[in-house]
Design a protein around this ligand. Structure first.
Ligand code: F6P
Length: 532
């Protein structure tokens, strides 16, 4: 039976037994910012928020996230709450604020300079810094306090996202053992040899084993996690059921390949995508040449330099392709506070110029590099007008660009050139699968994309579309919530309605800081009682 928004709504109503759904993710789905003195809202780049927003729109509930926009506080109420989507509110976004030192240590430091390179294994050495680790712990506690506030007064299901919050599940369970807690780890989980070099590996693993359910993108990542825990901690393992028990608490570990809402492409294209495509061709002087596109955050895991080197190699190997195509790369700026990311943006810019200088002519530049954010609508037009889309990640948990491209091709045309080292390649074998570390292999993939006969494109694209249509984001969320929903206790009395914003206001004199301290103290007491 297929999964739709409506079926997910039914699961949320019937399987969660009145428990409030609270999603925790570092990144907020909507950012408010000032532009020319006015407040506007934008959607951030990145697959996680794009994938989870339709789920929250279907299920309702609260999304707890770091408020990162300069107008976020102005757009929210005194408790950081704002209804979203801003133009048609369906659920609550609860923003919390981090000071510079915590943002630096927790987000830029431990999350993105330690765990990100550690889990992706792309030869970027992870940084192990005690003060980053301390900030990471502190911010996980801050989020725990906010979640506990949001969950007050009734049963709750907390759905934690990603590597920013490895410690959060244990903190929540210690403070509120009745909460059902699930976590989805969006990025790869490496083998034990790689992960266990982290000086705080045991604490991270113990934190994650506070979950009732822990999801990864692939079975391979689940196996790696199992082996890592086996080497590091005293636990009981059930290898048939894929559960780990620690101190009497059982965690199920399962693969749930994440996906997209395929229906969004139609919405983003609208009736006038053809006119918008003509405008893009004019703006970037593409004439009517075939177009290969890449759409990524500028991140060293995505293999963007490798892609440009492959364009260079292709033109070297096949000079007859000069003036015959363009490669357009969207590179959304990301984590630019970190030198590795700034340097990468410079490297990509330099490579684009080099390829254009080597192969370009007076009237033709092979590469167009746009180092700026684009709306989902603009990106979808590019997918629809392209001859091919190139995803050349060096290592990627899933990669939703691959699935978005497929979802946009209602004409059954277009070629997906896809790295073998993405989770998506396991589901989309009809893509042209390439090794991005091998410039010739990637160059051949680009060549195939430019020359594949229409019938073969259609044959492959139909199968990929059926796969994305069926294994969509509603299946991902529906199967995950159904699985974890089994643990939600039946409500003895009907669940209370969610507290209105002013009812939930802290008593006079209590600041958010003291609220946090109270929640954490409760947690410490619970830990003591549990003999932890
Ligand atoms: O999947 C990993 C991830 O951290 C997601 O949370 C998000 O989609 C993407 O990378 C963007 O990262 P950031 O939130 O750091 O901009």
């Amino acid at each position: 039976m297929s999964w739709s928004k409506e079926r997910l709504e039914t699961v949320a109503r019937t399987r969660l037994g009145g428990a409030k759904l609270i999603v925790v993710a570092n990144r907020e789905p909507y950012i408010h910012r000032y532009r020319d003195g006015e407040v506007e809202w934008v959607r951030p780049a990145g697959g996680l928020t794009a994938a989870l927003d339709p789920v929250m729109q279907a299920c309702g509930g609260t999304w707890v996230a770091h408020g990162s926009g300069d107008a976020d506080a102005e757009a929210a109420d005194a408790h950081g709450r704002v209804g979203v989507p801003p133009d048609d509110p369906r659920y609550t976004l609860r923003r919390l604020w981090l000071d510079r030192a915590d943002e630096e240590g927790y987000y830029y430091g431990f999350s993105n300079s330690t765990l990100w390179p550690l889990c992706h294994q792309v030869y970027q050495r992870p940084v192990f810094d005690l003060s980053d680790w301390e900030a990471y712990r502190r911010v996980n506690e801050t989020f725990a306090a906010a979640v506990l506030q949001e969950a007050e007064g009734g049963p709750g299901l907390v759905f934690v996202q990603d590597y920013h919050f490895a410690l959060l599940p244990r903190l929540l369970k210690a403070a509120r053992p009745d909460l059902v807690v699930a976590q989805f780890w969006h990025i790869p989980w490496p083998n034990p040899e790689t992960f266990l070099v982290c000086p705080w590996a045991k604490e991270l693993l113990d934190g994650m084993l506070g979950n009732d359910l822990l999801g990864f993108q692939t079975q391979y990542h689940c196996n790696n996690f199992f082996e890592t825990v086996d080497r590091a901690l005293e636990c009981r393992f059930d290898r048939d059921q894929f559960t780990v028990s620690r101190s009497g608490h059982e965690t199920s570990v399962r693969p749930f390949p994440i996906s997209v809402d395929p229906g969004l492409a139609k919405e983003y294209l609208g009736d006038d995508w053809g006119r918008r495509a003509v405008a893009v061709r004019k703006k970037y002087r593409l004439a009517d040449r075939p177009l290969l596109v890449g759409v990524d955050r500028v991140d060293y895991t995505k293999g963007i330099p490798e892609r440009l080197r492959a364009v260079d190699r292709l033109l070297e190997l096949r000079p007859e392709l000069k003036e015959k195509f363009h490669f357009l790369q969207i590179g959304a700026p990301s984590r630019t506070h970190l030198p590795a990311y700034r340097d990468l943006a410079d490297e990509v810019q330099g490579l684009a110029e080099k390829v254009n200088w080597r192969h370009g002519t007076d009237r033709w530049k092979p590469v167009v590099f746009l180092n700026e954010h684009h709306t989902p609508g603009d990106v979808t037009v590019l997918y629809r007008m392209a001859t091919g889309c190139v995803v050349s990640s060096l290592h990627d948990g899933m990669n939703l660009v691959a699935k978005e491209f497929v979802a946009a091709r209602d004409d059954d045309r277009g070629v997906l050139v896809l790295s073998r080292f993405t989770g998506a390649s396991k589901e989309l074998p009809d893509a042209v699968l390439v090794n991005p570390f091998d410039a010739d292999d990637l160059a051949n993939g680009l060549h195939l994309a430019l020359t594949m006969p229409a019938e073969e494109q259609e044959r492959r694209m139909r199968r990929m579309r059926a796969q994305v249509e069926d294994n969509n984001i509603f299946r991902w969320a529906g199967t995950l919530l159904s699985e974890v929903g089994k643990r939600v206790p039946e409500p003895a009395v009907p669940a209370p309605p969610p507290a209105a914003a002013d009812e939930a206001e802290p008593p006079a004199g209590r600041t958010e800081r003291t609220e946090r301290m109270i929640a954490i103290e409760n947690y410490m007491t619970a830990m003591r009682l549990a003999g932890g």
